[in-house]
Design a binder for this molecule. Sequence first.
Ligand code: SRM
Ligand code: SF4
Length: 586
Amino acid sequence: MSLPPPANAPAAPKPLVKNEAIKAESNFLRGHILRDLADPTTGTITEDSSLLTKFHGIYPQDDRDLRNQRRKENKEKAFSFMARIRVPGGVCTPAQWLALDALADSHANGTLKITTRQAFQFHGILKGNLRPAIKAVNAQLLDTLAACGDVNRNVMANPNPEQSALHAETLRLAKAISDHLSPRTRAYHEIWVADELVAGGEPDHEPLYGPTYLPRKFKTVIAIPPSNDVDIYAHDLGFIAIADDSGKKLLGFNVTVGGGLGMSHNQIDTYPRLADILGFCTVDQVVDVAEKVMLVQRDYGDRTERKHARLKYTIADRGIVWFRTEVEKRLGYFLGSPRRFEFTSTGDRYGWVEGENGHAHYTLFIMSGRVKDALKAALREIATAHTGDFRLTANQNLMIAGVTPAQRPVIEALLKKHQLDGANNASGLALNAMSCVALPTCGLALAESERYLPELVKNLETEIEAAGLRDDAITLRITGCPNGCGRPYLSEIGFVGRAPGKYNVYLGAAFNGSRCNTLYKPSVLVADIVPLLGPIIHRYALERTKGESFGDFTIRAGYVKHTGTPADFHEAKAEKPAVVATPATA
Ligand code: SRM
Ligand code: SF4
């Protein structure tokens, strides 16, 4: 029997999490992926390989609707794969759209999913179709590398239709950051793109990441005020474009760090956190700043506890002043003082918008970003005729962008033909609603989300319309678990899955995404949602002050109190409240 350590002995260092050893031993993300893909006895891959395929943008999943039936039949789960396609800045060509549309039919479940981070997802790819599907994606000059995993993910940028010059510049920067922070391993090419399966070659070198990559996922975005459609405060790293007085010339960016939304129910040490503003950088410093912010997190992020490994906790624990000093030490120069800016909303601007360059852009509402059936066929026809580009929005919608005056009647006629004109005749609530995927594919879902959103919106619309608020924009977001994929903590009405048919209801976020909401009622049954929210909606219609948003009203009327501590998100009370940053609009 060993003696207990003396009372004053220093605490033994915590062991690293399993993921760290798997990364280190994987020979730069190869591991046993090829072996597992070649195994004909199962439709999935091993758990260790699945930790590595994430870095390649690929998740093994199973159809949760079929779990019971398969168990009864004594069969293995109905396995398939999800693949996430990285689209920096969310811009793709009509040719790429058409290729992905066809691949969805030939290799996946026939749908295309536009994500909350301007990427595409295929669901339901069977193991045997996986390599050909990823290879075909690469043939379109797109890829799935680093769409998931402990690396810098898809870099988002505001699809900004009005200011063409600013959009072009920020898109260029989004691609530059994405390229610079992309993993350098050749494993991706060997496994998915090479003509023949080849065993792991020479050891690779990852100049930025090293063999263990980052402690956790890392997300980068660029916003162009006044639109905060990318929800900049939700991400690890953000750049807020600052233009000159004409609004046409980019001066530089306010840098934001330490945002993140994921939490676990009743684990008070986990919480959504809004990003802090770190300072200002010039346009030519952007890539350097992105690299150095990421490197500080690489070196100091917690590799002993994955639930505490995001940059938000590194900054919450060590302080923003420490973080800025570390970043500036690596940069070799100081960041400037943040410049003034203002965000007005997180939503998309639907319908036609004229750009500065004479081109027009049409934003189309797509519920939950799911492109299927008649909508998929309509967009195929539009893509065939379209000569501009497509821009995926951070709200899971689609912009048909860069339409020339000569082309506009053609696109207008197609939109009319498929009844996609007039912002789909949807209510302000529907147009500002978002859900995550959840069931049946997401292995972490506790409740429905995408499949329940249409019914939820319809039920609440009855109250909204009776209160005369049909065209009022109110943000509503729902997720099937507290991980936050639909950014529910930044919506004026947020639903977070607790169990089948039960949601925590959150109220009080700012319409422009600068304040998180607060838990209003835990574990609300689906049948109780309208009775709970209907009276608040009617009171808002009667008592709101001029221009007052729904989120602001729910705080003023006392439904929720905004205090900004982790306890605001949980049913359990915080023992040690820690401050959640609320960004100042400088
Ligand atoms: Fe997410 C995990 C879907 C945006 C926080 N997310 C997952 C997985 C991969 C489930 C899993 O790990 O097995 C989901 C796949 C479901 C499926 O069947 O497709 C999933 N996340 C999504 C997407 C597709 C939701 C959507 O409907 O659009 C979004 C894909 C974005 C992309 O293209 O990269 C998506 N996820 C987000 C966001 C929103 C954002 O980034 O703007 C968040 C909150 C912000 C943040 O990161 O803090 C988010 N996803 C998570 C988390 C919690 C992370 C954390 O720090 O705690 C997980 C679980 C995890 O990583 O352990 C997760
Ligand atoms: Fe799955 Fe939860 Fe993300 Fe929804 S929020 S997609 S349920 S992990």
